[in-house]
Ligand binder design. Structure first.
Ligand code: AP5
Length: 193
């Protein structure tokens, strides 16, 4: 089993590249943002609680997202591997993920950390907000709050995995195809080892 974390700030291209990578490598895509938006669209109690937090650009509680990931892992016992997108976002989530994977006798193979300038992130997200219907994309204040939350709570996740020598930085600006090639090259190196 080969498991990947696609890491980076909001708008760095995690979702865009995840769609291509899961197809290419036959992985299961686990995006906590998508799982939360599915709860919102089904108007579940969890979804309604999460929506208010997401609309402020803040992180939902660790226990909520860890519970969703634990259940998704349990539901995919035959997976060749998982691609985590938007998770983990705190050190507590990283530790919980390591424990869950350890119980399944597997671990994280690589953390691919996408590097994109703040101005490019804001531009991409506000541009998507014109058509996406995502309420957290259509105000610059909320977009910038998401980036602040990333620097405050999430960027340290890369430091956590650096201790285990698992982080590779990827230039996340350029065409989608160019960035995909960089990501695949890092994955292929590890798969052939
Ligand atoms: P989530 O859904 O994870 O959103 P995010 O991290 O803010 O990421 P985005 O989906 O906005 O960006 P992305 O990096 O995936 O980029 P994308 O490919 O979409 O989280 C939303 C909220 O849910 C959080 O704020 C939080 O409240 C909550 N949440 C989720 N997970 C959580 C967790 N683990 N713990 C706690 N709370 C959690 O691209 C963005 C745009 O750029 C697109 O329009 C795309 O077409 C464009 N684009 C992509 N690549 C390029 C390129 N190379 N050049 C130009 N444009 C590009």
């Amino acid at each position: 089993m080969f498991n990947i974390i696609l890491f980076g700030p909001p708008g760095s291209g995690k979702g865009t590249q995840s769609a291509r990578l899961v197809e290419q490598y036959g992985l299961i895509h686990l995006s906590t943002g998508d799982l939360l938006r599915s709860e919102i669209s089904r108007k579940t109690a969890l979804g309604m609680e999460a929506k208010a937090i997401m609309d402020r650009g803040e992180l939902v509680p660790d226990a909520v997202v860890v519970g969703m990931i634990a259940s998704a892992l349990d539901h995919n016992p035959m997976a060749k591997g998982f691609l985590f997108d938007g998770f983990p976002r705190t050190v507590a989530q990283s530790e919980a993920l390591d424990n869950l994977l350890h119980q399944k006798k597997t671990s994280i193979g690589v953390v691919l950390a996408m590097q994109v300038s703040e101005e490019e992130l804001v531009k991409r997200l506000l541009n998507r907000g014109l058509t996406s219907g995502r309420s957290d994309d259509n105000s610059e204040e909320v977009v910038r709050a998401r980036i602040v939350e990333y620097h405050k709570k999430t960027s340290v996740v890369a430091d956590y995995y650096r201790k285990f020598d698992k982080v590779v930085e990827i230039k996340g600006e350029g065409s989608v195809e160019e960035i995909l090639l960089l990501l695949c090259s890092e994955i292929d190196k590890r798969l052939s080892n």
